[in-house]
Design a protein around this ligand. Structure first.
Ligand SMILES: Nc1ncnc2c1ncn2[C@@H]1O[C@H](COP(=O)(O)OP(=O)(O)OP(=O)(O)O)[C@@H](O)[C@H]1O
Length: 254
């Protein structure tokens, strides 16, 4: 395991074009190696932009941004990404989808077969290595995407609303699964979501972003011990945190 920290110091991102958009302004945050960080905020507050800057897919216009010891200057090695749409290749089996990053990196597939088997076990997909994506449910497809993101032991796992397209029950189940996977792998994880309960349930910290310009209004540490059961969401302390976050949302300009 080689988890990296992320340090952003006063980063800003302005998109050019006809409508100049200040997508991020003065965002500072220090994320410890192995931390699970939930990123929450209304539409357009810069959550995806922040993730894309960390992934080196967008260039910041001001400030400094480091993943591990290195300043981000283009897509860094060894980052796993999971998106709302799973982006599995329909013509490849689940095993061959999971091995894609290994092929792209020019590494030997053979050396990674055990790793794929271990990840399939970890995510409850052992029997599906030779299935095709269309044979899996939405939740199973997202679990396969998580395997793919983890296959090369990434320093950092970036997830952009990974469970946003799933029904409520499957999403709850995926939250429990995600926690279990993270507790096993301890990857530094940045997890973007619109769901207040999901953010609190999963996070060591919840970064609440607000729009126009996109910035962090509060970093809320979440101290509940793990593993956290879903029933935790019914507890008064969880309710207080959710109410506090809803209050922050209501104070934002829409
Ligand atoms: N490629 C781009 N070019 C120009 N403007 C952009 C681009 N990408 C995002 N923006 C603008 O930057 C702002 C932040 O967008 P971003 O997608 O980061 O927000 P978000 O919080 O992830 O939103 P959502 O929750 O809807 O996905 C928005 O005003 C958006 O219109």
């Amino acid at each position: 395991m080689n988890a990296a920290g992320v340090v952003a110091e006063s980063i800003s991102k302005r998109y050019g074009g006809t409508r100049q958009t200040q997508a991020l302004q003065d965002v500072s945050v220090s994320i410890q190696p192995g931390q699970f960080v939930s990123i929450l905020g209304p539409s357009g507050c810069g959550k995806s932009t922040f993730l894309r800057c960390v992934a080196g897919l967008e260039r910041i216009t001001d400030g400094s941004l480091r993943v591990g010891k290195d300043p981000v200057a283009g897509p860094p090695d060894n980052i796993g990404m999971v998106f709302q749409r799973d982006a599995l290749l329909e013509w490849r089996t689940i095993r061959n989808n999971i091995l894609l990053p290994i092929e792209f990196a020019g590494k030997s597939r053979e050396n990674y077969q055990h790793r794929v088997d271990a990840l399939l076990r970890l995510t409850g997909l052992s029997g599906f290595a030779d299935s095709y994506p269309h044979e899996l449910s939405g939740g199973m497809r997202q679990r396969a995407s998580i395997c793919r993101a983890l296959v090369d032991d990434p320093r950092l796992l970036l997830m952009d609303e990974p469970f946003g397209a799933l029904d409520a029950l499957t999403r709850d189940q995926m939250n429990v699964e995600m926690q279990r996977i993270w507790m096993e792998t301890r990857n530094t994880t940045l997890f973007v979501t619109h769901g207040i309960a999901e953010a609190i349930f999963l996070g060591d910290v919840v970064l609440v972003f607000c729009p126009r310009p996109g910035r962090i209004v509060e970093a809320i540490p979440i101290g509940f011990p793990r593993p956290r059961p879903l029933e935790l969401r019914e507890s008064p302390e969880f309710g207080r945190l959710a109410t506090h976050i809803r209050g922050l949302f209501e104070g934002m300009e829409h």
